[in-house]
Design a binder for this molecule. Structure first.
Ligand SMILES: Nc1ncnc2c1ncn2[C@@H]1O[C@H](COP(=O)(O)OP(=O)(O)OP(=O)(O)O)[C@@H](O)[C@H]1O
Length: 307
């Protein structure tokens, strides 16, 4: 896949002297869903604002579809649809009027067939004549996406698309995003919800204190950094672990009914075989066992804590 966005050596120092971005390098591949994760204040919105040409970088370059956002702003910007964090639309306009108007802002000729397709894709067609004020929060969010897609951009930025949205609506939004990807749009979303990145993204980037600390395929990331947990459900409860097991990092849980062992899937030896042997020697028997992969959330918390 070729790059549709290329960010090189980007830094941003605000007037206050605060360094919000420090030498960021990032390529977004055409057609992917890229999730940018980071704690509050990490620099996500600053980065998006610079890529979209809303804020100026202090140093560095951004190319969008091969065009510089700094020197070819109009060309580069027309490739981008942006759904900002805060929802602001004209409450008394109809859905149709507000979405059509957005297209006009990009100097594009009217194209009712395109607006109709966008509204249908976003399940807003039956609301096209409703005033924005009469819509639910989830529908208003979809109107914001429709506005961002009105000028047929190739790239869609979604800044916290599901913040404060209930679980069902969030899942609906994920469906919408998948449909958009299938129609050929490249999607970059920022989120606090690790689950969202885990569910949606092809690749994940983590930003912390203005620095990109990781960019990785989601699947590789889960595998590479993942730890596994072995849980043994004991035949009988035990009060404490015998000394012969003291060199293992074991946790006795559920009042002595389960034994938990965390191991590194990357390690040469997991220690499981010897642990099971030593348990047998110690006379500790179990009925059942299971293993679980640690989640992206564990990985993320680790990264942000240590970087
Ligand atoms: N106009 C500004 N002047 C000075 N500092 C700013 C300005 N805008 C943002 N910052 C600072 O830059 C840092 C990054 O802010 P940014 O909004 O990019 O973070 P974010 O990752 O989007 O956070 P959140 O998840 O809370 O939206 C923060 O410490 C913020 O206080």
């Amino acid at each position: 896949m070729s790059s549709i966005i290329s960010v090189a050596n980007l830094s941003k120092t605000y007037g206050s002297g605060f360094k919000a971005l420090k030498n960021v390098n990032l390529d977004i591949k055409r057609g992917e869903i890229f999730a940018l994760l980071g704690p509050n204040g990490a620099g996500k919105t600053t980065l998006i604002s610079i890529i979209c040409g809303i804020a100026n970088p202090s140093e560095g370059k951004v190319l969008v579809g091969g065009e510089s956002i700094q020197t070819s702003y109009r060309k580069a910007r027309s490739l981008i649809g942006l759904v900002p964090q805060e929802l602001h639309t004209d409450a008394f306009e109809s859905v149709w009027a507000t979405v059509s108007f957005s297209r006009g802002l990009f100097g594009k000729p009217k194209n009712p067939a395109h607006i109709e397709k966008v509204l249908k894709d976003l399940s807003l067609w039956d609301k096209k004549d409703n005033k924005i004020i009469t819509l639910s929060g989830g529908m208003k969010r979809r109107v914001m996406i429709a506005k961002a897609l009105s000028h047929e951009p190739q790239i869609l930025f979604l800044d916290e698309p599901t913040a404060g949205v209930d679980v069902e609506l969030r899942k609906g939004m994920w469906e919408v995003v998948r449909t958009l990807q299938q129609s050929g749009v490249t999607i970059i979303l920022t989120t606090h919800y690790i689950e969202e990145a885990e569910e949606m993204a092809d690749r994940i980037g983590v930003i912390n204190k203005g620095e990109i600390v990781l960019v990785e395929d989601k699947a590789t990331l889960m595998q590479k950094l993942g730890k596994k947990r072995l849980t043994l459900h004991l035949q009988g409860k035990i009060n404490s672990l015998p000394d012969s097991l003291s060199h293992y990092e074991l946790d006795l849980c559920d009042n002595g009914a389960t034994l938990v062992y965390d191991y590194d899937t990357k390690g040469e030896r997991t220690g499981i075989t010897s642990l099971l042997g030593d348990l047998r020697t110690a006379g500790i028997r179990f009925n059942d066992l299971d293993t679980t992969q640690s989640s992206l959330e564990d990985i993320f918390v680790d990264l942000v804590r240590t970087s």
